[in-house]
Ligand binder design. Structure first.
Ligand code: HEM
Ligand code: NAG
Ligand code: NAG
Ligand code: NAG
Length: 330
């Protein structure tokens, strides 16, 4: 019988360990709570009208701003998750993400984010995160430019850090990427090939700089000749000249969120290498054909995918903070 007693005390101990583990998991489960569409229902019901009014004014002043706000949400989510890290300014002791290769001289809209934050702070101070503002701002931009509207999941908190090195490391794929790299970089963030193809449809709005499509319009063969000639007129062959000259990603309706991006690809009229590579004789061709013919399938799948993107590693519970100013930690 003496042999049994170590066993029974062992099982008592294991029950205690089990209970402690379950409590810990419950606690952790709470601090990594799920995002919800009614997160600010009690604490800031006016958040939606506040964000929308500022986004509306900004787009009225400049249509491109809708595209710029959407891209900020993407670049935020792909580095450390959707935590507002892209918004942090550099300081003397800290280099944030703004000068990393995909962002430097490229991402924009920070003043509009500041304006949204001020407006939101004026209705409910200290409640709404900058990361959530980016998610709502992206949704409103798309809706205001004629695209779908959906219920945004909320409850993200803001990071106290940012990462130049991660932002600069290729986790946001460059436009020179081959298809495999695009697929892998999205897979790294839990997004499928289909998500990648449908989210690339964001390039139905906005502009790109000559330096990022120069090689395509002078050297590539899977490009419509008249588009190549047209773009060459405002993007000189010689690197260093006209590098920042802009061209619309969607030559047809660059301020309208529609499925013409996919129609362009079918005609070899994608502006970026990374656009046209989605329709160049590979497995993704069938999705391009589908979305080019079926705007509803595009809208529905886009909404599903951007909600998924907005769910990338958010800070919740007691992690992170609610920044007072989106450009710096409290
Ligand atoms: C699939 C991989 C992607 C690549 C390689 C890529 C690359 C680029 C590049 C090179 C530009 C032009 C930047 C410049 O000229 O400075 C651009 C612009 C843009 N991208 Fe992407 N992108 C990708 C995915 C996405 C996603 C997932 C979204 C959003 C859901 C997005 C939204 C935009 C928007 C809206 C613009 C225009 C921004 C503006 O006019 O200010 N992109 N992208
Ligand atoms: C960002 O762009 C500026 C202006 O073109 C340039 O001087 C700077 O070196 C760039 N920063 C990085 C980190 O590449
Ligand atoms: C075209 O490709 C060649 C060979 O890779 C390269 O040296 C040249 O810079 C490219 N031209 C442009 C305009 O990008
Ligand atoms: C597109 O496919 C064609 C035919 O297979 C190939 O010659 C070309 O190099 C491809 N273009 C790109 C940019 O990969």
């Amino acid at each position: 019988m003496a042999a049994l007693s170590p066993f029974s005390s062992y099982s008592k101990a294991s029950i205690i360990v089990l209970i402690i583990c379950s409590l810990l998991m419950m606690f952790m489960g709470r601090s990594s709570a799920k995002l919800t569409t009614d997160y600010y229902k009690k604490t800031c019901p006016k958040v939606f009208s506040a964000v929308e009014s500022v986004v509306k004014d900004a787009i009225q002043k400049e249509k491109r701003m809708g595209a710029s706000l959407l891209r900020l949400h993407f670049h935020d989510c792909f580095v450390q998750g959707c935590d507002g890290s892209v918004l942090l300014d550099d300081t003397s002791s800290f280099t944030g993400e703004k000068t990393a290769a995909p962002n430097n001289n490229s991402v924009r809209g920070f003043n509009v984010v500041d304006d949204i934050k001020s407006k939101v702070e004026s209705v409910c101070p200290g409640v709404v995160s900058c990361a959530d503002i980016l998610a709502i701002g992206a949704r409103d931009s798309i809706a205001l430019l004629g695209g779908p509207k959906w219920d945004v999941k909320l409850g993200r908190r803001d990071s106290k850090t940012a990462s130049f090195s991660v932002a600069n490391s290729g986790v946001i794929p460059p436009p020179t990427s081959n298809l495999g790299n695009l697929i892998n970089r999205f897979q790294d963030r839990g997004l499928s090939t289909k998500d990648m193809v449908v989210l690339s449809g964001a390039h139905t709005i906005g502009q790109a700089r000559c330096t990022l499509y120069r090689n395509r319009i002078y050297n590539e063969t899977n490009i419509d000749a008249s588009l190549a000639r047209k773009r060459q007129r405002n993007c000189p062959r010689i690197s260093g000249s006209g590098d920042n000259n802009l061209a619309p990603l969607d030559l047809k309706t660059p301020t309208f969120f529609d499925n013409s991006y996919y129609k362009n690809l079918i005609k070899k009229k994608g502006l970026l290498h990374s656009d046209q590579i989605l329709y160049n004789g590979s497995s993704t061709d069938s999705l391009i054909k589908l979305y080019s013919k079926n705007p509803k399938a595009f809208n529905d799948d886009f909404v599903t995918a951007i909600i998924k993107m907005g769910d990338i590693s958010p800070l919740t519970g007691s992690n992170g903070e609610i920044r007072k100013n989106c450009r710096r930690i409290n």
